[in-house]
Design a binder for this molecule. Sequence first.
Ligand SMILES: O=C(O)CC1=CCC(=O)O1
Length: 264
Amino acid sequence: MDTGNRTARLNYRVDGPDDAPVVVFGPSLGTDLGLFEPQAAALAGRYRVIRHDLRGHGGSEVPAGPYTIGELAGDVIALLDSLGVQRFSYCGVSIGGAIGQWLGVHHADRLDALVICASAARFADPESWPVRAAKVRAEGTEFLVPSRTGAWFTPGFAAREPERAEWLLGMLRTTPPEGYAGCCEAIGVFDVRDRLAGITAPTLVLAGSEDPATPVDMVRQIADGIPGARFQVVEDASHLLNVEKPEIANAAIAEHLAAITRTE
Ligand SMILES: O=C(O)CC1=CCC(=O)O1
């Protein structure tokens, strides 16, 4: 099976009981494992919550790009193997959701359940991603910061919760340019539209009603392609819907996982 080239060492954090069912959380482009603080706080009483940084992000190793989603997923499998985890559920946001889809296609035997948030089977404007990668390699990530209001969270969220908005933007500011660029290149060539029907894990797909990066109809295509997948729109949320509307996201994720995994 193709899991890409050499795996990269991922930074990760584990919360919750050692013997509980495992739920793995994979973040979005330009963020880190802190993205899932609201989910870890809500779920770590019942699950062994493993959050990881993407390759080239946060505290993870930063190999030279370009990367592929297969390589990013291979990093996650290598991490779980190193922790002795065989079966797990996976929840990913955006590129993290792409990793989830890839795991669903290639590691069905290990997946209890999938949650895919604000993602795509084929991201919009594929030709734009290498352009963004080149600009980030040349200039760093700072030029992206102003446009993340709207792209990541609604202006209303930024006004209501400025400290949380700044906390998210701080993740982007500290993302290594090479890691960010390598992930852009992975996004640009990712396309599993013709593989979705092969995903057998019970799947929940969440979309933010105000998300311009992965609009509702684009996210819905994932659910339409996966047999039996459930789809839910989170109202008044943009791309990082799990932070903008944590109570709604947590309730949906917890209900989906509880229906699949035994915690008692
Ligand atoms: O451009 C962004 O920041 C939104 C996004 C697309 C893929 C991803 O992981 O984040």
